[in-house]
Design a protein around this ligand. Structure first.
Ligand code: PLP
Length: 414
C-alpha cells in the first residue's frame, strides 16, 4: 500500500510541475548573489572585500531620515493610500523631473513603485505581448532580460564592447530591428559599464526610434552621477516627438543613498501608466507611506548630498581605473558615470594562476574570491563572458586594499 503524506504526490496521478516554466526560467540576480556570498564569508570572520554591491556606501542624509521619523507618528501614514503613489510625491516627482532634466509631465503620467526595479517590471508588463522583441544594449543591467522574458517578450542583445566604449550605435540598432521590435531599452549612465551617451548620440537614437515607431524605455536612475563634465540628457527632452511612446524610469536609491527605502517611479503616456497602476494595485498596492514621505523630502531638498558623494566617487573612479589598468591582460575604459568600472579580462583567460586556468570570467571571479577574498561580479551576469564589474561605491582604503590584492594575484598569471 502506498502511503500518502501532505507533501508526497500519489504515484498514480501525473506529476504537475512544481514551479511554472515562466518563473522557473528566471535566474537569480547574479549581483545580489555575489553580494550575499561576500557577506556570508564576512560573517564567518573572513576579511572579504566586496566590489559587488550597487549601492552608495553613504548613509541617507539626515533631513530625509528626519522626515521619515516624523511620518511614522502620523496616523495617516498607518493606512492604505492610493496605489499609484501619494499625490504630494507625484507632485514632487513632476517638479524634480522639470528641474533636473527639463521634461514637463503631469501627475497622472507618474506611477510610484517599490524601487526602480518594480518600475522596470511594471513597464515591460504593461508594454509587451508574447513575441514582442526588445532591443537590449549589451552589457545590460542583469534585471532587464528577466523582466522582459517574464512579460512574454524576447530580449535581443545588441553588443557594444570596450572598443566602442560600451555604447551602441544607430547602425547596430537598425541591424537588429525586425517587424517584431517594439521597444528599445536605454540606460545612460549605464549599469554595468558606467558608459554615458553624449547628447548627439542620445538624440540620434531617439530620432531613429521615432522614425520606426519604436518605444523607448529610458532608465535614468544614475542621472546625477556623471564625471569629467559629462551630462546625461533625457531622450524625450531632446526628441519631444518620442514622448508619446517613451517611458522614463527613475528612483531615489542612487542619488540620495536610499537603496533600502524602496522608492522608484515610471513616467509615461497616461494609458500605459494607468495600465501599470492597475497591475500594481493588485500586486503590491501603495509603496510604504513612510518611505514615500522620505522620498518627498529627498526630492524637494537640494542636490548637495549627491554632489558630495560624487566627489568621493570621482576620486575612487580614478584610483580604480589606474590600478586595474596597470594589470597585464586587463583593459579598463574610464567610465563617465554611475559607480562601476567594467574592465575586459579577456587577456587573462586561458592563462594559469596558482595552478588554475580560468577560461571564463565566472571562473576568474571565483578564483579571485577564493584566493584573495575579493568579490567581483563576472561579465556573464550582464552579457558575454570576458569582463568583470567592480562597484567603486566602497571606502577608499578597502578599494585600494581590494584592488591591490587582485593586482598581486593576477601578476602571477603565466
Ligand atoms: N536601474 C538600474 C540601471 C539599476 O542599476 C538599479 C539598481 O541597481 C535600478 C534601476 C533599481 O534600483 P532600485 O530598485 O534600488 O530603486
Amino acid at each position: 500500500m502506498t502511503e500518502t503524506t501532505a507533501t508526497s504526490v500519489p504515484s498514480n496521478r501525473p506529476h504537475p510541475r512544481r514551479v511554472s516554466r515562466r518563473i522557473g526560467n528566471i535566474t537569480e540576480s547574479a549581483t545580489l548573489a555575489v553580494d550575499a556570498k561576500a557577506k556570508a564569508l564576512k560573517a564567518q570572520g573572513r576579511p572579504v572585500i566586496g566590489f559587488g554591491a550597487g549601492e552608495p556606501d553613504f548613509p541617507t542624509p539626515d533631513y530625509i531620515v528626519e522626515a521619515a521619523r516624523a511620518a511614522t507618528t502620523d496616523p495617516k501614514n498607518h493606512r492604505y493610500t492610493p496605489a499609484g503613489g501619494l499625490p504630494e510625491l507625484k507632485a514632487a516627482i513632476v517638479a524634480k523631473t522639470q528641474r533636473d532634466s527639463g521634461y514637463a509631465v503631469q501627475p497622472d503620467q507618474v506611477l510610484v513603485t517599490n524601487g526602480g526595479k518594480q518600475a522596470v517590471y511594471n513597464t515591460f508588463a504593461a508594454l509587451l505581448d508574447p513575441g514582442d522583441e526588445v532591443l537590449l544594449p549589451t552589457p545590460y543591467w542583469t534585471t532587464y532580460p528577466e523582466s522582459i522574458k517574464l512579460a512574454g517578450g524576447t530580449p535581443v542583445d545588441v553588443f557594444a564592447g570596450e572598443e566602442q566604449n560600451y555604447r551602441v550605435t544607430v547602425e547596430q540598432l537598425e541591424a537588429a530591428r525586425t517587424d517584431q521590435t517594439k521597444v528599445l531599452l536605454f540606460n545612460s549612465p549605464s549599469n554595468p559599464t558606467g558608459a554615458v551617451y553624449p547628447r548627439a548620440e542620445v538624440e540620434a537614437i531617439g530620432r531613429w526610434a521615432v522614425e520606426h515607431g519604436i518605444w523607448v524605455v529610458t532608465d535614468e536612475i544614475y542621472e546625477h552621477l556623471t564625471y569629467d563634465g559629462a551630462e546625461a540628457p533625457s531622450m524625450p527632452v531632446l526628441v519631444p516627438e518620442l514622448a508619446e511612446h517613451c517611458v522614463v524610469l527613475n528612483g531615489v536609491a542612487k542619488t540620495y543613498a536610499m537603496t533600502g527605502w524602496r522608492v522608484g517611479w515610471m513616467i509615461g503616456p497616461r494609458d500605459v501608466v494607468k495600465a501599470a497602476t492597475n497591475l500594481q494595485s493588485h500586486a503590491t498596492s501603495n509603496v510604504a507611506n513612510v518611505s514615500q514621505r522620505a522620498a518627498i523630502a529627498a526630492l524637494n531638498g537640494s542636490l548637495e548630498a549627491v554632489e558630495e558623494m560624487k566627489v568621493a566617487f570621482d576620486r575612487r573612479r580614478r584610483t580604480i581605473v589606474e590600478m586595474l589598468s596597470a594589470i597585464d591582460g586587463v583593459e579598463c575604459p574610464t567610465p563617465q558615470g554611475a559607480f562601476y568600472v567594467y574592465p575586459s579580462v579577456k587577456g587573462l583567460l586561458g592563462r594559469t594562476i596558482r595552478g588554475r586556468t580560468p577560461r571564463t570570467s565566472v571562473e576568474l571571479s571565483e578564483l579571485i574570491l577564493e584566493e584573495v577574498e575579493v568579490a567581483v561580479v563576472p561579465g556573464e551576469a550582464f552579457g558575454p563572458s570576458g569582463y568583470l564589474r567592480l562597484s567603486y561605491a566602497l571606502g577608499d582604503n578597502d578599494l585600494e586594499e581590494g584592488v591591490g590584492r587582485i593586482q598581486k594575484l593576477l601578476a602571477e598569471a603565466r
